[in-house]
Ligand binder design. Structure first.
Ligand code: NIG
Ligand code: FE
Length: 431
């Protein structure tokens, strides 16, 4: 441990935690064909532990006695008594469509009565309905909607979130959405990572090929000029954008400096996963209908798979099997899988804890794996390599203190959050 005086300001000391989860243990991974590993094989964690934060970064995480001897809480700008709760890295929610307007709660009911997502979209509902509401909303409304969602995410332990555009489908509204996402990022403690998703749906009056021309020729150059979006995503799906159309969008996005992401095999199997591998996408997301070959292709190409169990829950669809992504894969330097909320009007949950619960009960993860997938996994899916999603030395001190003694409570305690206090870069921002 280094001398705090020589390294900067002691921002915070979180002490007397029952457990501090630092991140993946060295050599963490799951053997193919063997039972899933125990928490201690997967997690670097300490019991009766503390975290010290210097200049917004983790300076030390370890036994309370050792950490507080070096970094006395009384010298810290913020002393947080974890009071026997667990401390985990803040969640990194790597897939949301959290900026929208309007109300689609009636579609939830229509789906319960047997309508499919595709039926609703074909009738002008779904994404296109939200497009109408977003085009009609002023910037102030959009910003205040997003800030409200970010408040709720933060209170449930999320400290970094990706937000996609894609409810504009024209140059003006796509730029407006990205601008609001950027303003929310500056205004709110949660870090917001912006993704351009002009290719989210085909607007009325055009066919998909004609609309892809508009995305490639008009939207992508304007978005590149604006300089906000980090990623370019596409809904590669039967009846939306073909593999060939998706390839065009991603190539133009990459040329303009936006790394590719793909909504792949969500409702049907079309080939978006192989495309993600081919173009070296940062992530391939959904994957409900991915095959074994798809899973291998992602692994070989170093594409992070992002599973979104809330979407399957909301659609009443079959869940992805997380073991196919985890078994035989290692957490060393990479992440075999991420889990995110997919928060959007069709999947109305902002809580990463609920996604973790579904990951365990419906997708076969262990609690330790679900915690890694919602923290370190999310960071990998956003290509954030500053230690985010862990509490390793030097990582941004983004953390959640739980009102429960173990990381297991993240998935175990469903339907409510166990998060009591949140620190963002060492500053108390919730609780
Ligand atoms: O990830 N699949 C496309 N996009 C979203 C749904 C967006 C919406 O229905 O508004 C998704 O599920
Ligand atoms: Fe999505």
């Amino acid at each position: 441990m280094s001398d705090p005086g020589s390294t900067g300001d002691l921002d915070a000391v979180v002490h007397d935690a029952a457990e501090v989860v630092v991140g993946p243990a060295e050599g963490a991974g799951a053997e193919a064909g063997a039972p899933p590993p125990q928490a201690d094989e997967l997690l670097e964690r300490h019991e009766d532990a503390a975290v010290a934060v210097v200049d917004g970064r983790v300076a030390a995480a370890g036994p309370t006695e050792a950490v507080t001897r070096e970094y006395p809480p009384e010298n810290a700008a913020e002393a947080v008594d974890a009071a026997g709760g667990a401390v985990i890295p803040g969640f990194v929610d790597a897939h949301t469509h959290a900026l929208f307007a309007g109300d689609r709660s009636d579609e939830f009911e229509a789906k319960l009565r047997g309508k499919t997502y595709e039926d609703i979209l074909a009738e002008g509902g779904g994404i296109l309905r939200t497009v109408g509401a977003v085009r009609a909303a002023d910037d102030g409304t959009l910003l205040s909607n997003l800030l409200t969602h970010l408040d709720r995410m933060l209170a449930a332990g999320t400290t970094t979130v990706e937000v996609k555009s894609g409810y504009g489908l024209d140059v003006e509204t796509e730029l407006r959405m990205l601008d609001v996402i950027d303003r929310a990022d500056r205004r709110h403690p949660v870090d917001v990572v912006p993704t351009f998703m002009g290719a989210h749906a085909v607007p009325e009056g055009l066919d998909s090929g004609e609309y892809v021309d508009r995305v490639v020729e008009d939207q992508i150059p304007a978005v590149a000029d604006q300089g906000i979006a980090r990623f370019c995503d596409v809904f590669c799906e039967e009846g939306v954008f073909s593999v060939e159309e998706s390839r065009r969008v991603l190539a133009a996005g990459a040329e303009a400096g936006m790394a590719p992401k793909v909504h792949a095999e969500e409702l049907t199997h079309l080939g978006g996963t192989q495309l993600a591998a081919e173009v070296g996408a940062t992530s391939a997301d959904h994957l409900l209908h991915a095959t074994d070959e798809d899973v291998s292709a992602l692994r070989e190409a170093g594409v992070t798979p992002v599973l979104l169990p809330g979407t399957a829950f909301g659609l009443g669809a079959e869940y992805a099997d997380a073991r196919r992504f985890l078994d035989g894969a290692s957490w060393d330097g990479a992440a075999p899988v991420a889990v995110a909320t997919d928060f959007n009007p069709n999947c109305y949950s902002r809580a990463m804890g609920f996604a973790a619960s579904l990951s365990c009960v419906e997708m076969g993860m262990t609690p330790a794996e679900s915690v890694l997938a919602t923290t370190r996994g999310g960071a990998a899916a956003l290509d954030l390599d500053d230690g985010r999603g862990t509490l390793g030395e030097g990582a941004p001190a983004d953390l959640a203190v739980l009102s429960a003694p173990s990381h297991r409570y993240v998935p175990y305690n469903f339907g409510e959050t166990t998060v009591r206090t949140v620190l963002k870069e060492g500053e108390r921002v919730h609780g």
